[in-house]
Write a protein that binds this ligand. Sequence first.
Ligand SMILES: Nc1ncnc2c1ncn2[C@@H]1O[C@H](COP(=O)(O)OP(=O)(O)OP(=O)(O)O)[C@@H](O)[C@H]1O
Ligand SMILES: O=C(O)C1=C[C@@H](O)[C@@H](O)[C@H](O)C1
Ligand SMILES: [Mg+2]
Length: 183
Amino acid sequence: MSKQDNLYLVGLMGAGKTTVGRLLARHYGRTFYDSDHEIEARTGVKIPVIFEIEGEAGFRKREEAMIAELTHLSGVVLATGGGAVLSQTNRENLKNNGVVIYLRGMPEQLYERTRHDRNRPLLQTENPLARLQELFRQRDPLYREVADVVVDTGRQSVSGMTRALYGKLDSLTRGLAQPDTAD
Ligand SMILES: Nc1ncnc2c1ncn2[C@@H]1O[C@H](COP(=O)(O)OP(=O)(O)OP(=O)(O)O)[C@@H](O)[C@H]1O
Ligand SMILES: O=C(O)C1=C[C@@H](O)[C@@H](O)[C@H](O)C1
Ligand SMILES: [Mg+2]
């Protein structure tokens, strides 16, 4: 398996990893996985319940095992959980087995996108914007460390961002990608 066989998305909560990941998978004819969804499917409960029962540390263990499993597959687009890059093992698995795309959003914008959603336990605080700012400071260097491509989500729409990505990725994955040019 070579690095070009897979595409991995990293970035903070609300960056668009799941949304953009699905579109990339369809475009390149690859199988889409979302590590958060796989963990939920495997445990039969939502992520906030895992945090409640096992704490963040318990969730991170499950996440590490899941990322290891998913980065051993070939021909996939993988949307990772926002905190996956905290683990060095995950960072190595991601860097070694796929082209890593960092969807880079600013905390203020991510706050707007996530404020009505209750499924992100780390944002269930009095001041979720301050939490996103803190997470951005901690994690931006880690996302950059693993990334082959950095895309600022800025004010771009999902479709604008995905189109810009096709151009960058086609040169990185030349010969291996099988774009479905219909979208
Ligand atoms: N570029 C964008 N412009 C506007 N809205 C966006 C953009 N990207 C994502 N969104 C919206 O933001 C919300 C969060 O996106 P999404 O769930 O894909 O993020 P995520 O990175 O997978 O987050 P998490 O790490 O929490 O799983 C969704 O409602 C999505 O439609
Ligand atoms: O940023 C994070 O640490 C998280 C992001 C989500 O994708 C989930 O993996 C979980 O809510 C933790
Ligand atoms: Mg997601």
